[in-house]
Design a protein around this ligand. Structure first.
Ligand SMILES: Cc1cc2nc3c(=O)[nH]c(=O)nc-3n(C[C@H](O)[C@H](O)[C@H](O)COP(=O)(O)OP(=O)(O)OC[C@H]3O[C@@H](n4cnc5c(N)ncnc54)[C@H](O)[C@@H]3O)c2cc1C
Length: 360
């Protein structure tokens, strides 16, 4: 009798597994992909979409032809419960999926409980992005919470859209620490200068304490008006792992070993933002690592079924980041090195196009 592998979420690493399935197959294993949307949206192109350079089609992979080619059953549902001992996954509609092995690549969430049910909106899961952004970029005072790579990039992209399409208004960005907190101080200073020059108003070292329909209040007592709030204040884990009693870190991300297996359950695998490597708990939640984990994940789920030794994922020390700053300019950061010019954006454009072409 054939075995069953459940892939939960269509994140970066699972796209690679699907591609490998297309090329090599996995004999005697039924593979299903559980994911809520028929599309996987690619965050590397979110800034270009916001600014108006990319279409919605450019930013997403249609999972229907990809799963068809891979001979994988696509189940358009959200997984809400894991029963690890019983080897079952339960979806939002109550349907139950038994498995022999399961792999999770469901990304992160960005809305903390304290601001749920307020005007603050999230773009996670990623398929919410385009609709959210189409609305937000048209409002006069959009406010972004979070000064990390995603927050600064989207603030600049919305401002670029406004400037280019003569939409009135100014983007506001509020962040609890410094801008780009994981970078050296000269990189942060440069980003601050870019934001100012492009017309984005920034509040640093101010934590958002309350969100109402028309304003936010900060830890320094500032009341800042807004016409829409996008919350990018740091990744948190989906509650699915905590509810299942799995071993998670303090933000709810499931711990995995370097073989990408969950602690205590060798038949549960995970990759991307939703997991934390026990050996490297401080690795940023970034697509770069999700992409690099893809080939290792493929080898390991395959070897698991074939009773072969597994491979290990060793993260690289420095990752290349190129943030779009508007008008086809990019801010390239690699460790202590940074540069801001059109060439950097062209490189980003090339990398992102090539990534998407692999799965389309
Ligand atoms: C604006 C922006 C720009 C960014 N730019 C970059 C960049 O340039 N470089 C970089 O390295 N990182 C970037 N990031 C970070 C990057 O987006 C994430 O690290 C990356 O998307 C994580 O990939 P993933 O494979 O873990 O999951 P995701 O890409 O988030 O995919 C998760 C998938 O799981 C599905 N899913 C979610 N929950 C469930 C569930 N319960 N059941 C079933 N399916 C589910 C989702 O629908 C989706 O298909 C950016 C983030 C943002 C917001």
């Amino acid at each position: 009798m054939s075995k069953r592998l459940l892939l939960v979420g269509a994140g970066h690493a699972h796209l690679e597994v699907l591609k490998q399935m297309t090329e090599h197959g996995l004999p005697d294993v039924d593979v299903c992909l559980i994911t809520p949307s028929p599309y996987q949206y690619y965050s590397g192109m979110f800034s270009g979409f916001t600014e108006g350079i990319y279409t919605e089609e450019d930013t997403r992979v249609d999972l229907r032809p990809l799963t068809k080619r891979a001979r994988v059953q696509l189940i358009q549902k959200t997984a809400v419960t894991i029963r690890p001992e019983q080897k079952k996954i339960i979806c939002h509609d109550g349907s139950v999926y038994p498995f022999d092995a399961a792999s999770f690549d469901i990304g992160s969430r960005s809305l903390p409980e304290s601001v749920e049910h307020t005007a603050a909106q999230s773009i996670k899961p990623n398929y919410l992005f385009t609709e959210r952004m189409k609305d937000l970029r048209e409002t006069p005072q959009p406010l972004i919470v979070g000064g990390g790579a995603a927050g600064t990039e989207l603030a600049l992209s919305i401002q670029a859209y406004k400037n280019m399409h003569q939409r009135p208004g100014q983007v506001r960005l509020v962040t609890s620490g410094p801008l780009l907190p994981d970078t050296p101080k000269w990189v942060r200073a440069r980003m601050k200068h870019i934001l100012k020059k492009k017309g984005v108003r920034v509040w640093e070292d101010e934590e958002v304490k309350a969100v109402t329909d028309s304003s936010i209040e900060t830890s320094r007592g500032n009341k800042i008006r807004h016409t829409g709030v996008l919350w990018l204040g740091g990744a948190v884990g989906d509650a699915i792992f905590t509810r299942a009693g799995l071993d998670v870190d303090d933000r709810g991300f499931a711990f995995v070993s370097r073989t990408l297996q969950f602690k205590n359950y060798d038949y549960l695998f995970g990759a991307g933002d939703c997991v934390t490597l026990e050996t490297d708990p401080d690795l940023p939640k970034s697509g770069v690592y999700a992409v690099r984990q893809g080939p290792v994940l493929w080898e390991n789920v395959k070897n698991f079924f074939h009773h072969q030794p597994l491979e290990t994922f060793v993260p690289q020390k420095n990752a290349l980041y190129i943030l779009s700053t508007g008008d086809r300019k990019g801010f390239l950061i690699y460790g202590p090195v940074h540069t801001h010019n059109h060439k950097a954006w062209q490189l980003k454009h090339k990398i992102d196009r090539e990534f998407m072409a692999k799965y389309k």
